[in-house]
Design a protein around this ligand. Structure first.
Ligand SMILES: C[S@@+](CC[C@H](N)C(=O)[O-])C[C@H]1O[C@@H](n2cnc3c(N)ncnc32)[C@H](O)[C@@H]1O
Length: 237
């Protein structure tokens, strides 16, 4: 070790072969819809999407089915999907092609680093974290993407009034997310009321992992937090 702490990541890169269709979609679609990670260059989101629509980002879109569905249902929003698993990126590019979507861009990189380096402060209208890896073992809890630093990072990239939406079928992780977001009442308001989970928003499509959780009989919890406006220095309450 050279003295620098090794970074704890919220994922382990799985292998997985690309299907021929995913490979073709990557070759055709990546130049148009893919964004290369560049730690030195924050994104100009207006230039990237070619308009001023509000930008929603999904962390860990998996196979991209819910992102494709949401992007088709909300053409008045722009969608930035971030995922590390290459076959998932290939699959979403295929869906983008099939559905003729114009309002989606993809990054294949650690979403925490994307938020840190490429998303300008206050740039996002929404941030989605659907069925994040739950890391159930105690010694792996440090790998959970939601940590106090993540709550601050999310707050800094969301504009006032913007939404953070998480869903999970792992109840201890739902409690963990609730605790960490509610620990920052200066940054976020729980839209369901303190200590409560939200109703499943109709706008959230059923994901592959949610379907699996249902089969296993896991209850699904949605969490909806609104980014609060910054209070003036010294304001009470
Ligand atoms: C349990 S899966 C859920 C996928 C999808 N959201 C769904 O509900 O079907 C979690 C996904 O998050 C991705 N992931 C985990 N940490 C990530 C990170 N820091 N940046 C980007 N993707 C990440 C994983 O590769 C995986 O595909």
């Amino acid at each position: 070790m050279n003295g620098r702490a090794r970074k704890v990541r919220s994922f382990v890169l799985r292998g997985g072969r690309l299907t021929a269709g995913q490979q073709r979609a990557l070759e055709r679609g990546w130049p148009r819809f893919g964004v290369e990670f560049d730690a030195r260059r924050p994104l100009d989101l207006h230039a990237l999407f070619g308009d001023d629509q509000p930008v929603w980002m999904e962390i860990g879109f998996g196979n991209g089915e819910s992102l494709a569905t949401m992007a088709a249902a909300h053409p008045e929003r722009n969608w930035l999907g971030v995922e590390v698993h290459l076959p998932g990126v290939g699959r979403l590019l295929r869906r983008i092609e099939e559905l003729g979507l114009e309002n989606v861009r993809l990054l294949r990189h650690d979403a925490v680093e994307v938020l840190e380096a490429m998303i300008p402060p206050g740039a996002l209208a929404g941030l989605l974290l659907l069925f994040p890896d739950p890391w159930p073992k105690k010694r792996h809890h440090k790998r959970r993407i939601v940590q106090p630093g993540f709550v601050e990072l999310a707050a800094s990239r969301l504009r006032p009034g913007a939404l953070f939406h998480a869903a999970t079928d792992w109840e201890p992780y739902a409690e963990w997310i609730l605790e960490r977001f509610e620990a920052r009442p200066d940054l976020f308001e729980n839209l369901a009321g303190a200590g409560k989970y939200a109703e499943r928003p109709e706008t959230r499509p059923l994901t592959k992992f949610e379907a699996r959780g249902r089969r296993l009989g896991h209850p699904v919890h949605d969490l909806l937090f609104r980014r609060l406006p910054r209070r003036p220095e010294g304001a009470e309450g």
